[in-house]
Design a protein around this ligand. Structure first.
Ligand SMILES: [Zn+2]
Length: 199
C-alpha cells in the first residue's frame, strides 16, 4: 500500500478523534447533487440538511454556493433529535490506485474534518435559530487544520502542495480567494508559506 493510501486508510478510521457519523465515497454525479439529494443517495434521506446563512464574503460565482465543495470533498450536517450529525462525502477519483489520488483524498478529508471540528466547537459556525457561517474564516480554519495535520502525520510533500495551491491565491483577482490567502498568511506567517512552497 502506498504511503498516502496508508495515511488515508488510518484517517478514515481514526477521524482524528472527531465525531463523524459516516464517510462516503460517491460518484461525481452524486457529488454534484444538492445537499438533500446527497443525503438521499447515502441513505439518509429522512434528514434535512442544515443550511447556513453566510456572514461576510460569499463564495464567488463559479466556485459554487455550497460550503466546502471547492476541495473535492463535502460535509453535510443535519439534526437527529438534539444531536447535530456530520457526514462527509468524497468523490471517487478516476485513477483510485495512484498515490497522488490518495494524497489528494487525504487533503480533502482533512479539510472536511477541519470543518467538522470548527462546527463542533462552534467557532465560525453557529446553530442558533438561523444557523450561520463566517465563510472566509471557516475556510481559513479548515485549510490551517489541513496544513497542521499533514505536518503532524509526516506528509510534508502533501503539506507543501496544499501550501502552493493556497499561495496561488495571493495574486488572485477574486476577492474571496485573496482574503483567504491574506487571513492564512497572517495566521501562519508569510515566510513559512513561502518556505513550504519552495521546498
Ligand atoms: Zn471548505
Amino acid at each position: 500500500m502506498s504511503y498516502h493510501k496508508k495515511l488515508l486508510e488510518e484517517l478514515l478510521i481514526s477521524r482524528n478523534g472527531l465525531e463523524v457519523d459516516s464517510i462516503h465515497f460517491v460518484s461525481d454525479e452524486i457529488y454534484h447533487k444538492d445537499e438533500k439529494e446527497k443525503l438521499i443517495a447515502i441513505g439518509k434521506g429522512t434528514f434535512e440538511p442544515i443550511r447556513f446563512s453566510i456572514k461576510g464574503l460569499q463564495y464567488p460565482e463559479g466556485m459554487g454556493t455550497k460550503s466546502s465543495c471547492n476541495m473535492r470533498g463535502a460535509n453535510i450536517c443535519y439534526r437527529n433529535g438534539l444531536a447535530i450529525v456530520n457526514v462527509i462525502l468524497l468523490p471517487y477519483e478516476k485513477f483510485p490506485q495512484t498515490d497522488v489520488n490518495s494524497m489528494l483524498q487525504l487533503c480533502a478529508l482533512l479539510h472536511e474534518l477541519g470543518h467538522v471540528e470548527d462546527m463542533q466547537k462552534e467557532i465560525n459556525f453557529s446553530f442558533l435559530e438561523i444557523p450561520t457561517v463566517r465563510l472566509v474564516e471557516a475556510e481559513v480554519y479548515a485549510h490551517i487544520y489541513t496544513l497542521n495535520h499533514l505536518k503532524r502525520m509526516g506528509a510534508i510533500d502533501a503539506r507543501n502542495i496544499v501550501a502552493s495551491a493556497l499561495y496561488k491565491y495571493k495574486d488572485s483577482a477574486n476577492i474571496f480567494e485573496k482574503s483567504l490567502y491574506k487571513e492564512i498568511s497572517n495566521s501562519i506567517g508569510r515566510g513559512r508559506i513561502k518556505k513550504w512552497v519552495r521546498s
